[in-house]
Design a protein around this ligand. Structure first.
Ligand SMILES: [Zn+2]
Length: 56
């Protein structure tokens, strides 16, 4: 049994680099990074504000 091998497999799943796009939060004005390309005309929120807006 190889526990090290199991750990490696789990790790490689997170190893893929994610493309992040810089954006400005439409709520607090803070610079943030989002995992999707910000669409013009659509507000982009930072993680904190996004959660806040999702609740309402
Ligand atoms: Zn914000």
């Amino acid at each position: 049994m190889s526990f090290d091998n199991r750990r490696d497999n789990r790790h490689s799943g997170f190893g893929a680099p994610r493309k992040m796009f810089k954006a400005t939060c439409a709520d607090c004005g803070k610079e943030c990074e989002v995992p999707f390309k910000p669409t013009e005309g659509r507000p982009v929120y930072c993680r904190e504000c996004y959660q806040k807006h999702r609740r309402f």
